[in-house]
Ligand binder design. Structure first.
Ligand code: GLU
Length: 295
């Protein structure tokens, strides 16, 4: 199966942080790149807070995200959307899949599955009741391929690489893969620009979008910002929270990481405007970029 989107559409991009910690320099790279990509193509840019995984939400991180958006002076084309307000929509998507017998209840616990990363489909034919169980979606033995704007062609066979995967956890939490597909479709998103750490999720999302008859999206996976020790900046390795009082300097540095021509130090909105006029996707490095100044 090959996914190729050739129809011209009005560009609708988004930035979709999870409030599992404060935004860091890697998040800024994603925000700046998705914003400039959208705006340089006369597109719209939306922000969605991905707060479905309640146990992992860190108090204070939503207010940090909001403060960053304000201080970096990004212009949003609609009010921010919160996934926690949209749980009914994810339930409806599961219902649609249930009606077509594309999902099933699964009793296997993490302990039962052990270290086996590929789910064997043990519960596929057990016809378990859906109540209080995890729900998995069926996958098939075929390659799902897409053309990433920066990373080139990427293929994955979900059955061989992963097996049927969880959409709703036993504790009632919707999996990121489902929420992201439902929301991108309902928000009319056309282009996804995000970190390359999410590249491996894309085949799952394309598969779900096909099952839900959602439109195919265009993807661009950005280079990962590294610290001076060569580690990817992430919440796990305690990347420093963005200091929004240094917004102009941080914008300059993000643009440098993204291979873009420098912009003059000014107020953030002006710097972003200049960055949009000189924006060049071709200059973005493919894999990593160094954040040697602030980490
Ligand atoms: N919420 C995800 C994260 O913060 C990003 C989702 C996406 O851009 O598709 O890692």
């Amino acid at each position: 199966m090959s996914v190729n989107n050739t129809q011209p559409q009005a560009y609708r991009g988004r930035f979709a942080p999870s409030p599992t910690g404060p935004l860091h320099f890697g998040s800024l790279i994603t925000a700046v790149a998705s914003y400039c990509e959208a705006k340089s193509q006369q597109g719209q840019w939306f922000v969605r807070i991905e707060d479905t995984d309640i146990p992992r939400i860190e108090s204070g991180s939503i207010s940090h995200i909001l403060a960053c958006l304000e201080h970096f002076e990004f212009e949003l084309d609609a009010p921010i959307l919160y996934q926690k307000d949209r749980l009914d929509l994810y339930h409806q998507a599961i219902e649609t899949l249930k009606q077509q017998q594309l999902v099933y209840a699964c009793q296997c616990t993490r302990k039962m599955l052990g270290s086996n990363a590929i789910y064997s489909g043990a519960c596929r034919h057990r016809q378990l009741d859906f109540e209080h169980q995890a729900i998995r979606v069926k996958v098939t033995d075929q390659a799902i391929c897409f053309q990433d704007q920066l990373q080139g062609e990427h293929c994955s066979n979900l059955q061989q690489d992963l097996g049927d995967f969880v959409l709703l956890r036993r504790d009632g939490i919707f999996n990121y893969q489902l929420a992201v597909v439902v929301d991108d479709a309902l928000q009319g998103i056309t282009h996804v620009v995000r970190g390359a750490d999410l590249l491996d999720n894309t085949a799952r999302q394309i598969w779900l979008a096909q099952l839900l008859k959602a439109p195919t999206l265009n993807y661009m996976h950005l280079p990962l910002a590294m610290n001076k020790h060569g580690q990817k900046l992430s919440k796990q390795n305690l990347a420093q929270a963005l200091d929004f009082n240094k917004a102009p300097q941080l914008i300059q540095h993000a643009l440098q990481c993204l291979g873009q021509a420098p912009v003059e130090l000014d107020r953030p909105s002006k710097m972003l405007k200049q960055a949009i006029t000189q924006w060049s996707t071709e200059q973005i490095p493919r894999h990593t970029c160094l954040n040697g100044i602030f980490e």
